[in-house]
Ligand binder design. Sequence first.
Ligand code: ADP
Length: 431
Amino acid sequence: MTLVLGAIADDFTGATDLANNLVRAGMRCVQTIGVPDAHLSLDDVDAVVVALKSRSTPVKQAMADSLAALEWLQDRGTRQVFFKYCSTFDSTADGNIGPVADALLERLGADQTVMVPAFPVNGRTVYQGHLFVGDRLLNDSGMQHHPLTPMTDADLVRVLGRQTRHPVGLAARPVLARGTEATRAHLETLAAEGVRHVICDTLDEGDLEVLAEAVVNYPLVTGGSGLGQALPAQYRRRGWLAEVAEPGRLAPAAGSALVLSGSCSRATLGQVAHFLERHSPDSPRGFALDPLKLAEDERHLAQALAFAREALADSGPVLVYASADPERVQAAQAALGVERAGELVEHALGELARTLVDEGVGRLVVAGGESSGAVVSALGIRQLRIGDQIDPGVPWTQAPLPGREAPLSLALKSGNFGGPDFFTRAFEVLP
Ligand code: ADP
């Protein structure tokens, strides 16, 4: 079985975002957490997205992990490799995008790749090599203050030029506007000049289509999930990919429904409030975890568990949440330290997930990027089959569980995603 697309994503939520877009564009997709096991079944799978943490790890580690993922994909005859990074080109001062792309190109024996970070529906566009977030240049968009990957230069040719010893070129909008053939000819001219990396302008979906068609035969493409949305149509045109009626089809969900929330982002706080309001005070369905109490007394976690067990016996979802407003978070952090407060919550969510899934929870929503990581790792989950999206960017997924016949249905929501009724609606849309 040949994989059509194999993606190597530099972080977990970025991987899910790409996988979600691939499913929406008609590919059956599995996301793995780290390099997949040798025996991962590829039945009915068109694309695998390997989620790494290579955005913020030291550059040598990022290259080694990416090459290990590539080797796995090459062993499975993958037609096209996609190196996925953020639509805001997030990279550290050392810059991992250039070195990882160079390592992948070299191992694939390819001469050139394109860099297409843009995601026009989310307001990320590129013009004359400059990245915009909405109507602001990247370095004026708030991204210049990012704690891990501050982006202080919107000129991607220059940014990438600092990350690779190879020349960096540009495929500018006026070329794209002349269509696929002109774009391909431009890329070939650049290749003849020894340009290995080409930053590509993108203003809209039409530009993504032109680019996808121009590079469909490249062994390696790189970019954000916008390009991922445009490629599957090209694969179909070439007969590499069959039409699939329901690429996001999952096995029927079974088991009780639980929400674990460790996100304190604004959208999540609204979702918690919405959920609590829906349920009458005489039959509460929500339990508030408090990191200060977790630190003081292990009975607090036992109380959360007892509450969840009892509430899960009735039908309808149950919520356990550490989500709190900024003042309460700051108070916990001042008393415990930022790291310890986070660890206590993440450990508690992991324990609750492990125990309650063992006891029959089969549908689980987790809110928070770090919180999702903690839960997935406590459950020992290594791969997720990607289903249909609940809200933009958040799909239902399914994971096989050792010793259990039915898979676990799992939705991992990063902080600011999802509408206000997400914690109830997620279960209503699940087949
Ligand atoms: P998001 O996706 O919204 O950023 P994350 O789960 O990635 O959410 O990050 C939230 C972090 O805040 C986690 O490390 C979590 O453990 C921590 N946290 C959650 N609730 C509290 C709280 N009440 N006090 C302090 N830290 C908290």
